[in-house]
Ligand binder design. Sequence first.
Ligand code: PGA
Length: 243
Amino acid sequence: MVAGNWKMHMTPSEAVSLAEMLKEKIGSPACEVVFCVPAIDLIPVGQVLADSAIALGAQNMHFEDKGAFTGEISAPMLCDVGTKYVILGHSERRQYFGETDETVNLKVRKALSCGLLPIVCCGETLAQREEGITEEWVRMQLKKDLQGLTFAEAEKLTVAYEPIWAIGTGKTATTAQAQEVCAAIRSLLAEMFDRETAQAIRILYGGSVNAGNCKALFAMPDIDGGLVGGASLKEEFVKLTEE
Ligand code: PGA
C-alpha cells in the first residue's frame, strides 16, 4: 500500500487538479493506493476518484458519532462521502492537537465499528532513539492504541511506523532501522493477536519517503508500503505506486 498524506495542503479546487493528474498517471496500480486529503477536499476528490482504483482517506476524525464537538468530523460523516481509510494518531496530531493513546484507541475502535479502515501511526522522537528506547516506546504506543480489538478487527488495520525525526526533514531512516522497528511491530502484533493476524496487518514506513528511497524500503520483509507526505503532492508520487 502507498498512502499519500496531503496534510493541510490543497484547497478544494487545487485538490481536484492534483487528484485528476495523479489518477491519470497512476492508472491501474499494482498496489492499494490511497489519497488522505483534508476534510474539505473529501467530497470533490472522492468524485474524481469514483471511477478509479484509488481509495479515499481522511486524516483524522472524532471518536463520537455526533454531538456538541464544534469543529469535529465523525466516522459516519466520513463514511457517508465514500471515505475508506482514516489516518489516526499521526505524530502531528499528537504534538499539536493533544491527541493521546487513549483518544487514538477510542478513534480506532469507532472507525472499525463504522467500517472505516484505520491507518494507525506510531514513532519515536530523536531523543528517544538516541536514548535507545525506540522499540519500547513504539510497543507501548501500539499496545494502548490497539487495546481491546478483536482479531477480526485487527486484521483490517494498517500500522504506519513514522520516526518523528524523519518526518518532513529529508532524513529517512535507513532500510535497516526501518525494518528493525517494523519487525518489532510485527512481533508485538503477533503477541497481542496471533501470527496470522500479524501477517495480515499492513505495516507501512513513513518519514521522507521519496522516489529515490522507496524501492529499497518497500523491499524489506516487514515493510508493506509507505505513508508519504511531501512526495504525495507531486508527480513523483506516481513512481512510488510503481515500486
Ligand atoms: P513526509 O511525511 O513524507 O513529508 O516526511 C510523512 C508523514 O508525516 O506522514
